[in-house]
Design a protein around this ligand. Sequence first.
Ligand code: PLP
Length: 460
Amino acid sequence: MSTVPVRNYDIPELRRLDVAHHLPAQTDYGLQQRNGGSKIITRADGCTIWDGEGKPYLDGMAGLWCVAVGYGREELAKAAYEQMLELPYYNTFFKTATPPAVKLAAKIAELAGGNLSHVFFNSSGSEANDTVFRMVRHYWTLKGQPQRSIFISRWNAYHGTGVAGVSLGGMKAMHAQGGLPIPGVEHVMQPYKMNEGLPGESDADFCARAAQAIEDRILEVGPENVAAFIGEPVQGAGGVIIPPEGYWQKVEAICRKYGILLVCDEVITGFGRTGNWFGFQHYGLKPDMIAMAKGLSSGYLPISAVAVSSEIVEVLRAGGDFVHGFTYSGHPTACAVALANIAIFEREHLVERTRDDTGPYLAKALQRLADHPLVGQVRSLGLLGAVEIVSKRGTNERFGGKEGTAGPMVRDACIERGLMVRGIRDTIVMCPPLIITHEEIDRIVSIIGAALDACEPELR
Ligand code: PLP
């Protein structure tokens, strides 16, 4: 793993500069100032990150759901170094391509399988969903159905932070900033049975109701006006919402019934997270398009991709220029790193290991928390996990008057104890690197347990 010597930084000065000049992402800038700056992270190795004071943290979030192969991979640095010396950059605008871009497109098509034959590159998940948005509408226009422009999405979906991504997403707090969503996006109920299930409702009845909400909305706006349904196979930033078995089959059948494109946002669920290369494969779906990012390069360089079915490509081929693309579409260095990253996945069998070993181990370990008085539910799929915090064990009763505060409180208590996780409303979510060991999984679970114990008096 990492062979880089530990460097010393002037942390107080960096924190001063952070307040004076830096606007970090998704941050309360008043709080950043009151805290005297952000926590400065200086190095990482394997599944561990260190802050500037030298304190280690087990990274239960793989950075931001992305560092699948863990930190300190010299061969990824080498792939970038060699590609930078040979050809650091060239674009794909001028009827040109580069060896890494072409090879990576072919590799993604192989991993996605089925009819997902072609790949469009971008640099982030948000850009990937911008590409989805424009490509879907362009496709329907070329098909002679330009009125098919509406996207159906779910509440609490996260599809990125650009105008298309926020609009497709279902985060009300994000909609509230910037006058979004743009017209043409319809949001329906999410498959969050713990919160939205009716008393005594079976999984099958819940799935039928959630799917009916989609069909009802399609009929309301007119099926002839609907372009696509977009969804994360497992909602990530919404709180690791794992739909009950049967939900996706019903959604797919509705899309087929009305001739609507099915788009899977695999930005989190792609690259092994669920124990398959892609989440749609876990559910046995045949999407028309998938968006991916994060695990594609394990976050070592920014890159994202949209894989597209051959049927859609045939239509695009008859349509002249697709006037869409980014300066960094198919960036050769990012593509070279992604190829080297996928080679690590294959050599170390990270997908199979997640499916057969670490994923089931995490599921079992999380069960140890199910008996905690503050736990309403634990759930996981592969190496995506969640712990629901409630006032009464095994129920969905939240702390009245304090709804939405338990997650951040318990997260902070985890961080204090050397574990990075996320607190989303009243849920602790985790997404560790795919190289995580059994011992590290046990540590995640025992730290969350200790953090719950520590927070209980304040929550009650
Ligand atoms: N789609 C999903 C499902 C995501 O989870 C994210 C980011 O977390 C995005 C899109 C946006 O990706 P990015 O932050 O790279 O723009």
